[in-house]
Write a protein that binds this ligand. Structure first.
Ligand code: NAD
Length: 541
């Protein structure tokens, strides 16, 4: 327990193995069968009521697009307005509930997810978002459980931060929530991020309108149900699937908008920010804008790097979850002396990768999320195949006959400023630039100056001086910087996550820094015996 016994001390949830014959494998297999056999209705949840508009969009399995898993009921205008109303009216009671009471809801949710709900959320994440069992487990189970538990711990630690009091008076900092409601707009690629963008402001006493990504709605809706099962009061989080532009236009026009908690592409965050700017005179206060956005994450190898560990990091960093992690390695810089060995190891390993149906546990990769992503990535591969400045080292094929499958692909580019080195592709494509060993200092500047993003990055070297040089030269090139490790896989409480430049506001999900954005503290000074005479001693005659 913590020092004051108000909450259990948070410990990272253990990742289960899903080895054949394990209990977790059995439970997950049974749940996959249940979810594959039904079409889940996904209505809006507004003030605790389900609202099914009848205007529906299908949720399909990326690895088998003919397989229908759910039906989203897109919220109509009246539902969106009702959700805003529900969030506004729930605010008073929820903001006055004690932190201990609010925490109990989320701690219970963590225990439910660690236990009976684990297989449900994992199965929905596998089927709906195309993750393997392991990728689902580290996201929908472990990371989300960690967010639930660590946020509680961080919130209590923040509340303990108080100003000094002097003799005769008492000072107190009251960690109030924002006045109004928070709009959570969430991405497809992590169930845990979807959940956290809604629960982090709610834990701090805010009420929330949560607009999930259509392609993550299945798992996100089940998480909403889990929160209800944990006792979240009606109206605290309102789940509103639907047309993102229609929902956002309605929400951003409201004077009660107190904040936006966003994760997704840079372009969409830019749109939201611009709209808030245009509406600024309408709002009761200045909305807090928190956005984690795109990336073009790098791996930089020094001539002293170990080729074997570098090749494994490139493979895992670039191809796990089909390269659809915001932190995925997508540009690599390898010295000419090392490249032949790294290329050989990498190609040999990539050729053993099994890709296919994620319910087949022997697969390492599944399909990319949807038709739009498939077309975008396949288009890049087609152009690369015809580009004389690009060599296809391995992969390069795309096949959408059954699911949206893209080969794990390694491309070697001649020009370090090639669009493949600058643009976020968000798929299983790694672009490599091979540099002359003596150009290490120039390459440091190149990595720093290429692409507008600054999310994650890694350096591989055994030479300590080279690590120090890279760490210094790339100080602003990544919000999460890795030394001799792949740039993916941040763990809550261990590597607070987020980047700057065009990668977002760097408000570090999974740390107290994020929670601070959802409070607007009130300073209270109480004087015990106030003066009864206005005159100061120096005024005596
Ligand atoms: P996206 O921007 O397409 O969608 C994100 C959310 O915005 C979804 O809920 C979507 O419905 C909504 N949206 C889309 N268009 C909108 C509009 N015009 N107005 C308002 N809302 C709109 O992103 P995605 O495809 O779900 O996720 C991939 C992106 O997210 C990548 O760029 C990736 O790098 C980024 N990402 C970043 C982080 C991070 O921590 N930095 C984490 C995960 C994902």
């Amino acid at each position: 327990m913590s020092a004051n016994n108000l909450y259990p001390k948070a410990i990272n949830e253990t990742v289960l193995s899903y080895a054949p014959d394990s209990a977790e494998r059995q439970a997950l297999t049974a749940e996959l069968a249940v979810q594959q056999a039904r079409v889940q209705e996904i209505p809006a949840v507004v003030g605790g009521e389900r609202i099914a508009s009848g205007n529906t969009t299908d949720v399909c399995a990326p690895h088998a697009h003919a397989q229908r898993l759910g039906r989203i009921h897109n919220a109509d205008q009246a539902t969106i307005d009702a959700a805003i109303g529900a969030a506004v009216s729930a605010q008073r009671d929820w903001s006055q509930a004690s932190l201990a009471d609010r925490s109990a809801v989320f701690l219970k949710a963590a225990d439910l997810l660690a236990g009976p709900w684990r297989a449900k959320l994992n199965a929905a994440t596998m089927l709906g978002q195309g993750k393997t069992a392991y990728q689902a487990e580290i996201d929908a189970a472990c990371e989300l459980i960690d967010f639930l538990r660590f946020n509680v711990q961080f919130a209590h630690e923040l509340a303990a931060g108080q100003p000094i009091s002097s003799p005769g008076l008492r000072n107190h900092l009251e960690y109030r929530p924002l006045e109004g409601f928070v709009y959570a707009v969430t991405p497809f690629n992590f169930t845990a991020i979807g959940g956290n963008l809604a629960i982090a402001p709610a834990l701090m006493g805010n009420t929330v309108l949560w607009k999930p990504a259509a392609t993550a709605s299945l798992s996100n809706y089940l998480f909403m149900e889990l929160l209800e099962a944990a006792g979240l009061p009606k109206g605290v989080i309102n789940f509103v699937p639907g047309d993102p532009v229609a929902v956002s236009n309605a929400v951003l026009a409201r004077p009660e908008l107190a904040g936006i908690h966003f994760t997704g592409s840079t372009a969409v965050f830019d749109t939201l920010w611009g709209e808030v700017g245009r509406n600024v005179l309408r709002y009761r206060g200045y909305p807090r804008l928190v956005g984690e956005t795109g990336g073009k994450d790098f791996v930089l190898a020094h001539p002293s790097a170990d080729a074997d560990t570098l090749a494994v990091a490139l493979l895992r960093g670039a191809f796990e979850y089909q390269g659809q992690k915001c932190s995925a390695a997508s540009r690599a810089y390898v010295p000419a002396s090392l490249w032949p060995k790294v290329r050989e190891r990498l190609v040999a390993m990539v050729e053993t990768i099994r890709m296919g149906d994620v319910t087949d546990f022997t697969n390492f990769m599944g399909a990319v999320i949807d038709r739009r992503a498939f077309d975008r990535i396949a288009g890049h591969l087609q152009r690369a195949a015809q580009d004389s400045a690009v060599k296809v080292v391995t992969g390069g094929r795309a096949d959408d006959s059954v699911g949206y499958f893209i080969d794990p692909t390694v491309l070697e580019v001649d020009n370090p400023r090639h669009t493949l080195m600058e643009t976020e592709l968000f798929g299983p494509v790694l672009s490599v630039y091979v540099y002359a060993d003596r150009q290490w200092p120039e390459v440091l500047a190149l990595v720093d100056g290429t692409s507008p993003y600054a999310l994650t990055g890694a350096v591989f070297a055994t030479d300590r001086a080279a690590i120090a040089q890279a760490s210094d030269a790339l100080r602003f090139a990544a919000g999460n910087f890795y030394i001799n490790d792949k740039p993916t896989g941040a763990v809550v409480g261990q590597q607070p996550f987020g980047g700057a430049r065009r990668s977002g506001t760097n408000d570090k999900a999974g740390s107290p820094l994020n929670l601070l954005r959802w409070v607007s503290p009130r300073t209270v000074k109480e004087t015990f015996v106030p003066p009864a005479d206005y005159r100061y001693p120096h005024m005596a005659a």
